[in-house]
Design a protein around this ligand. Structure first.
Ligand SMILES: *Cc1c(COP(=O)(O)O)cnc(C)c1O
Length: 484
């Protein structure tokens, strides 16, 4: 399908300028068979809007002398209306192919849902469900109960509740447990997560006063103990998800902070950020702290994300003691941050997968992608090399290359995942930088956009996240055309 020709406004004067008197009227355009067919399909309102907008743009260009007579033939106008309708009805949210090498990519929607989660989500959304209805008693139920038992089983916690995302989980936990009072946090853990989530600001939004203890690189148990006053409500630890402090460092673990808190009758909370419901080292991946370990260490509240390593929908999970989670659940702000039924359905099915750890690396896409071996990925790159080379020749050369990817979303920031993929380099030094930008733009402009990354004067396509080679190969004819 040709794209809307009328939008290609380069501002240059027309060779054979259209006469403004020849511009078709809106009514006449609407009566054209091709346009009438659009009206039959989509209704009068939208088509008429687009025809009006088109007429206005044609009039303006005719006035400027940039409209060619060939652009207002009936066929050209049909085509332009069709192009506008397609553009108007094309969703802005689109499926892309993630070849960045970052598995949990925040800008690309983070974790991919498992098939069972997609199916459960679809089935539950297609009709009424028992979201807040207790089927046993026939009375009102609580949406938390959909996942509470599962979360308690998987983490060893006494109680659990869920909210919109982990930022909300942290905000709500602090507000419920420490509003109007003080929260003690190490200076080494005052993190900023992407998108303006900064611990000191969250603390202020929750109405609590942050009390910083220790230094950037070293905090000791007595720093916490000495900072406790009658105004203290909570001791807190924050997982330094997206950076690492190395060298002369020391921090206090959750178990120790919890002991200090409990000795003074205070609760202790930890924000794990990603967290992993299972020990990732079982699959040869770097260990990420698990909620189960933190509950066992004595934390009263543990918060973590649903769409990072857990591999589910966007969600903020709060697990902990009956007493602390009970206060959090009853806090009025909970209602504003509660989870929608859509992610709740996906979350339930995702958590269910963890009941069968032996199958997890097949069933959970995040873990499936993370556990792909560099050899398997290199073989896939070998098999795609010829097709890609022929699509980008003669302007670019392609080779199979070892690469280093990452988990992403602040999980295990310093670890790199050995991977492989295709490296595309401009042929000839002249204008190489521009050629690379053009290539990256052409890949992004494909019907299913392909997102790679530019590094070392090449465009790198890391294939770790490409499970469906066919979907990528199907884009190559369009790429050849765009570069041709
Ligand atoms: C990612 C992260 C958050 C925010 O979680 P969202 O689910 O993105 O809202 C909070 N704290 C830490 C430590 C994180 O890594």
């Amino acid at each position: 399908m040709t794209r809307l020709t009328e939008s290609v406004v380069d501002g240059s004067q027309a060779k054979n300028p259209a006469n403004p008197k020849d511009l078709p009227s809106i009514d006449r355009v609407l009566r054209r068979p091709a346009v009438a067919a659009l009206v039959a399909e989509h209704g009068h309102t939208l088509v008429a809007d687009e025809v009006r907008a088109l007429a206005e743009s044609l009039r303006e260009r005719a006035r400027q002398g940039t409209l060619d007579a060939a652009q207002i033939t009936p066929e050209a106008v049909d085509e332009a209306v069709l192009g506008r309708m397609q553009a108007r009805l094309a969703p802005r949210l689109r499926a892309v192919i993630n070849l960045t090498g970052t598995v949990i990519h925040t800008n690309l929607g983070r974790a991919l849902l498992a098939d069972s989660a997609l199916q459960h989500l679809l089935a539950m959304m297609a009709g009424p469900n028992n979201l807040e209805y207790d089927l046993a008693s026939g009375g009102r139920g609580d949406r938390d109960s959909v996942v509470e038992e599962l979360l308690c089983t998987l983490t060893g916690a006494e109680a659990a509740t869920v909210v919109n995302n982990n930022a909300a989980a942290v905000l709500l936990s602090i507000a419920a447990l420490a509003r109007g009072r003080e929260v003690i946090v190490s200076r080494g853990e005052l993190v900023e997560i992407g998108g303006a989530f900064r611990m000191p600001d969250v603390m202020a939004s929750a109405g609590a006063t942050l009390v910083e203890v220790g230094t950037t690189n070293r905090t000791h148990p007595h720093d916490y103990a000495n900072a406790i006053t009658e105004r203290t409500a909570l001791l807190m630890k924050v997982h330094t998800s997206n950076y690492a402090v190395q060298g002369f460092t020391s921090s206090v673990d959750e178990g120790e902070i919890a002991r200090i808190a409990h000795a003074r009758g205070l609760p202790m909370a930890t924000d794990l950020g990603s967290g992993a419901l299972v020990d990732m080292s079982l699959w040869g991946l770097p260990h990420e702290p698990t909620p189960r370990e933190k509950i066992a260490a004595g934390c009263d509240v543990v918060t973590f994300s649903g769409d990072k390593l857990l591999g589910g929908p966007q969600a903020g999970l709060i697990v902990g003691s009956k007493e602390a989670v009970g206060r959090i659940r009853k806090f009025p702000m909970k209602r504003a941050l509660r989870m929608s039924k859509l992610p709740l359905a996906a979350l339930e099915a995702t958590l269910m997968l963890y009941l069968r750890p032996e199958r997890l690396a097949q069933d959970l896409p995040t873990l499936r992608l993370l556990t792909r071996t560099a050899e398997a990925i290199r073989e896939q790159a070998d098999s795609l090399l010829a097709d890609v080379q022929s699509a980008v020749a003669p302007r670019f050369s392609v080779e199979v290359k070892d690469m280093l990817g990452q988990i992403g979303s602040g999980s295990l920031p310093v670890e790199r995942l050995p991977s492989a993929g295709l490296a595309l380099a401009p042929v000839g030094k002249k204008g190489a930088g521009r050629a690379l930008d053009e290539l990256a733009a052409a890949l992004r402009a494909l019907p299913r956009p392909v997102i790679g990354r530019v590094a070392e004067d090449r465009l790198l396509l890391d294939l770790r996240c490409l499970e469906d080679s066919a979907a990528f190969v199907a884009q190559l004819p369009a790429l050849r055309q765009a570069l041709g």
